[in-house]
Design a protein around this ligand. Structure first.
Ligand code: NDP
Length: 604
């Protein structure tokens, strides 16, 4: 329950310690407050509600308690030079470079499950600066893990971030004198809180207002893009004629296909083969996606043999898209309702504002699990498999229309997309260390994104199917090189990060340099992540450019899609970096000073 508002002066517990400090609330949600402490560095932490108290209450209560308290309970004895029984000199924390990260994905033998858990062994690390307490790779427990930082009385005030940690620690026996500011706060404060109340009355409305176009955009955009590229024409110069009545979108057969496909994928998810990953949500994820791909693809010739036309997927494209979007809205709504009954540590910190649309969009739950099924992981896998199957069906359609002839350009376009999606399934374990899995809630942003990916990315291949110009072999070879470079970068970067997050001390990674951080996990500063801050996005950009190159320059649509993707990825670099800055604080700044470019060395 929220007791405080933004700008309230409070006492807050320094994460990982039993020390209390003065601070100011700078942000809040249903579970936590973001508190700016009154140290020189103005450190900010995300602190649970229960760890934030009223200053006056705190002082009054703690004063009486502390009287009867034995000295032995204090972490350090009171020095004779201290002026008051109730006042302690700042305990200065001596920090050491963290060699063993607090959180680590414990990798075990191939036959054993990969358990994404938290090592309870506490590193020799002082109170963390700017720690975000909602680390979603941490297993859920109703009691948050308490760090026991080794406190030292050393006068060394440098913390691990190279920041001066000149904080006055308040143990449970401390009484802090009211600040000059609070004594002078009279009329100004009242006017200030009046203005604050007015702003607060409008802020929720604004949050909702700005979410509406995002949701509509995410639902309409894939429909517009698909309708812009039909067999008759493919243009972005005129608005496509989009059917306005529901009958063009609603189709029982399309619903049946989507339902059957999902049912089969759920069954395949539980095939007891493949490496086991145990994410913190209690699910059991088996990395057997490649079996699901093979069996799903094998079903196509079987269906054709049984006289079921798989090309119905192509003819019902619009209805399948509409059904998938509707299904995603439905599942997200279920997730929203479920979000009211989940434990606090399963909640998405940015998806619990109490406002319906913003929370539905961001997702109230971080990574839902239904029994052993990890919903996010499953959704991602199904997206990849559906995308692969659509491309196979596009290639089949071409062969059926032109029997005996095949188009190298179309074949290559389909193969490149199939290869990219299949690669994600093959390396699906790496999904668990992506930003999407660890920090994106199960909301409309994620679910609609998955659904639209399935149907918008094959626009490249559909365009080639319907309006192709055959490209010369040397042009195709050049495109293959661009694709290969992009793929190599993105795969190498993703796998390197995943390997590092899974087992930082693996001998194979010994050549890589990393930066210790106050959050306990290190940041890679060499290898791919030392060249730019988002090497995987750079690789992805090259991959999508190669897909567009196969469409040539006659049509603008593929290039509009490239531009949209780049716009999204550039925006994402800012989003991910803001999250990393909150988590790693000054360490992230050190990282950005050392690795200066986001996507292209010496350019951006
Ligand atoms: P990322 O795989 O880029 O993961 C970002 C996370 O990596 C950070 O939150 C941080 O997490 C960790 N990290 C950042 N820097 C370092 C470092 N130097 N050392 C170690 N860890 C670091 O997440 P995404 O979900 O955005 O992307 C996943 C994949 O999906 C990528 O390949 C991306 O290209 C692709 N993608 C493609 C899109 C498209 O439109 N084409 C859209 C979105 C994603 P922490 O430190 O907390 O572990």
């Amino acid at each position: 329950m929220k007791k405080f508002n933004v700008k309230d002066k409070v006492m807050a517990r320094w994460p990982g310690s039993s020390l209390w400090f003065e601070g100011t609330i700078v942000d809040l949600n249903d579970i936590e407050y973001q508190v700016r402490f009154t140290d020189e560095g103005k450190s900010e932490f995300v602190v649970k509600h229960r760890d934030v108290k009223l200053r006056t209450d705190f002082h009054a209560r703690k004063r009486s308690k502390s009287r009867g308290r034995s000295r032995s309970r204090g972490r350090t004895g009171r020095s004779p030079g201290r002026p008051s029984k109730y006042y302690k000199e700042p305990e200065i924390v001596k920090e050491e470079v963290i060699q063993t990260p607090t959180k680590q994905l414990t990798k075990q033998l191939d036959s054993e499950p990969l358990i994404l858990n938290t090592i309870t062994q506490t590193p020799d690390v002082a109170p963390r600066s700017r720690v975000i307490s909602t680390d979603h790779m941490t297993p859920r427990t109703s009691t948050p893990m308490r760090q026991s930082p080794r406190l030292s009385t050393s006068k060394d005030k440098n913390d691990i971030d190279g920041q001066v940690n000149n904080v006055k620690p308040v143990t449970e026996t401390v009484v802090a004198a009211p600040s000059l500011g609070s004594r002078m706060c009279g009329l100004t404060c009242r006017v200030g809180s009046g203005i604050k109340a007015i702003i607060h009355a409008f802020v929720p409305a604004w949050a909702t207002i700005k979410t509406v176009p995002l949701i509509i955009g995410m639902m309409i955009m894939p429909i517009i893009l698909n309708e812009s590229c039909t067999r008759k024409k493919c243009t972005v110069m005129e608005f496509p004629s989009i059917p306005r009545t529901l009958q063009y979108y609603y189709d029982p057969l399309a619903m049946g296909i989507v339902g059957a496909f999902l049912a089969v994928q759920i069954i395949l998810y539980f095939i007891p083969l493949g490496r086991v990953v145990k994410p913190p949500n209690g699910a059991t994820a088996r990395c057997n996606g490649w079996i699901a791909v093979v069996l799903s693809l094998a079903s196509l010739p079987l269906l054709m043999y049984m006289d079921y036309s798989v090309l119905v997927v192509y003819s019902k494209y619009r209805q399948l898209l509409a059904t998938s979007l509707a299904l995603m809205v439905l599942t997200t709504l279920v997730g929203y309702i479920r979000g009211a009954y989940i434990p606090n540590d399963a909640k998405n910190p940015t998806g619990n504002s109490g406002l319906f649309l913003p929370d539905l969009f961001s997702g109230r739950e971080m990574a839902p699990a239904i029994k052993r099924l990890d919903v996010k992981f499953f959704s991602f896998r199904v997206t990849c498999i559906a995308w692969i199957m659509i491309n196979v069906i596009i290639a089949v359609k071409d062969l059926q229309a032109n029997p005996g002839q095949y188009s190298p350009t179309l074949l290559m376009a389909c193969l490149l997309q199939i290869f990219y999606a299949a690669d994600w399934v093959w390396f699906e374990e790496t999904y668990f260390t992506t930003y999407e899995y660890t920090r994106t809630g199960y909301g409309l942003f994620l679910t609609l994104g998955h659904a639209s990916m399935i149907f918008t990315l094959p626009i490249f291949t559909r365009l080639i199917l319907n309006h192709r110009t055959e490209l010369e072999w040397y042009y195709l070879s050049l495109i293959a090189i661009v694709n290969l470079i992009g793929y190599t970068i993105t795969r190498a970067a993703n796998s390197q990060k995943h390997a590092f997050r899974s087992n930082p001390s693996a001998p194979a990674l010994a050549h890589l340099e990393s930066l210790p951080t106050s959050a306990g996990t290190n940041l890679l500063v060499s290898g791919w992540w030392g060249r730019m801050r988002h090497p995987n996005y750079t690789g992805d950009m090259l991959v999508i450019i190669s897909w567009a190159l196969l469409c040539g320059f006659k049509y603008a649509l593929p290039w509009v899609m490239v531009a949209l993707d780049m716009f999204f990825l550039v925006g994402r670099t800012f989003e991910v970096e803001a999250a990393c800055k909150r988590k790693y604080g000054a360490s992230w700044e050190s990282y950005t000073t050392r690795v200066r470019y986001r996507l292209i060395p010496r350019v951006f």
